[in-house]
Design a protein around this ligand. Sequence first.
Ligand code: MEV
Length: 289
Amino acid sequence: MATWSAPGKVFLFGEHAVVYGKPGVAMAIKPRVFVTVRRSRNPSHAKSPYIDECFRAMGVRGSVYVRSQLQSSSGLGSSAAVTVATLCAINDEFDMNHTRDEIANIAFNIERKVQKGRASPTDTYVSATGGLVLITGSSKRRLPPQNLQLVVGNTLAAHSTAKMVEKVGKMRKNHPDIVNPILDAIGAVTLAALHNIGNPKELGRYMDMNNALLEALGVGHPASSRLVLAARASGAYGAKITGAGGGGCIIALCPRRARSRVAGAIEACEGKAIITTIDSEGARRENDD
Ligand code: MEV
């Protein structure tokens, strides 16, 4: 029997613009998915196309038990975390010797297959490696970890990443003169944020700018606007949509002392708040007991 866990992720800067080759910054967060795999003659597991594909890709059969601290379909990379943790547990239980990068690649291919072509290589990479990651085109680089205090606010409004990515794509096709400069501006905000990564006050201002640009791209939602405004009004340095938008989650960067107040303000607006920070481990083996 082998138990592995893998973290969720947030985009700090640059979502949507990364799809067009601009830089973006994502960060693994503390909430995790835990997966136990056991060799078994009569395999049993929860119905999940991700788990089915993990066994198919690794060419073995086994039983699986999943426990998650991440809400599914919230934009926090829960399907990537399930896939990465399952692959790591299979790799361990069946004594295979895949590296973490190989696991991230297999996980991405599984996400792409299950999600019929639309998957984020960022989600699987960040979940496998943990930490702070700079994405530029197809390259990904781990940055030195930062102690950023975040409150994640889940709007609980269902959203579809595929639809949001398609929406931005259509808007870009119909209005290239408007949308391309917005995407360039998001890239510029990400670079400016990287130069100020140790200065949370300044980072907060860049988050606000990034949020305004995401709204201009049409991926806002009344529920995320409410949570962003509530977070700022209750003491966050800055707040923005994280991930695809159109519902889903927001993040607020906070002074340590303001975290509970910001979380309370989000909950008062009918959002679900998670106080969290960076996870720098990525996928890890857990004790089986
Ligand atoms: C979704 O979490 C982030 C997007 O930029 C899509 C992607 O990077 O694949 C909207």
